[in-house]
Design a protein around this ligand. Structure first.
Ligand SMILES: [Zn+2]
Length: 234
């Protein structure tokens, strides 16, 4: 069961379209996986629609020009896709799942769409290995980097902190951060004040998706020597 969700404020900003694209992608992928947040997003969207109607100046409520009217009726006439949309079956296997040895992991729809634009990532060519850690970079948006991480059981990222925010969405397996164990669907939001040493559980591998706003900064002893690695993991 998902125990860690985006905050109400984050969902509000998501619905209002105010989040940086990398952060919006993480929220969107979590919402794909989470019934509770799907309900919250619907509620917030309805609230926002009501609010914008109230705020609309009188001139905006004038009759719609014919063209726009036709377009709107065409959109409204389109059949609504059911929750388990048959459209999904058209997506090719490689973009719908990440294949790892004999296993395959289903990606949330928001991520499937992004992966479709990244042939090198799909083909496994742009993945880099660092010990028990594999990173597949998805994209760079402004200061943000988005990546998939595959962490083999027992693998961890040395203790570090961030100048910016770091969002982790667990796609499969268990992700351990301090005393907390996160499971599939959990959305973990960290800001620059947080120092941690996250990794996979000792008994199973972990696949996650991350958005990081600034390079990682390693904090303790010899791992400080790894600070150039922080840029690589960013
Ligand atoms: Zn949720």
């Amino acid at each position: 069961m998902i125990k860690s969700h985006p905050s109400e404020g984050l969902l509000q900003a998501f619905v209002a379209g105010e989040l940086p694209p990398a952060l919006a992608l993480c929220v969107s992928a979590h919402v794909d996986m989470c019934r509770l947040c799907q309900r919250d997003v619907q509620r917030l969207e309805a609230q926002q629609a009501e609010y914008s109607l109230e705020q609309a100046p009188v001139a905006d409520q004038a009759p719609l020009p014919d063209e726009l009217d036709h377009m709107l009726s065409a959109i409204l006439a389109m059949p609504e896709a059911p929750a388990d949309s048959p459209k999904a079956s058209k997506i090719t296997k490689i973009s719908k799942h990440i294949h790892w040895n004999q296993q395959k992991f289903l990606l949330p729809r928001a991520l499937q769409q992004q992966v479709n634009h990244q042939p090198a990532l799909q083909a496994g060519e742009s993945w880099r290995q660092l010990g028990k850690l594999w990173r597949g970079r998805l994209a760079e948006h402004d200061e943000w980097r988005t990546s998939f991480y595959y962490i083999e059981r027992g693998g961890e990222i040395p203790e570090h902190t961030h100048k910016g925010r770091e969002i982790t969405l667990v796609l499969s397996g268990s992700f351990v951060d301090g005393d907390e164990v996160y499971q599939e669907g959990d959305f973990i939001y960290r800001d620059g004040s947080h120092t941690h040493k996250p990794g996979a559980d000792a008994t199973e591998d972990c696949l996650c998706f991350t958005a990081v706003e600034a390079p990682l900064h390693f904090t303790t002893g010899a791992t400080r020597l790894l600070n150039p690695l922080g840029k690589l993991l960013y």
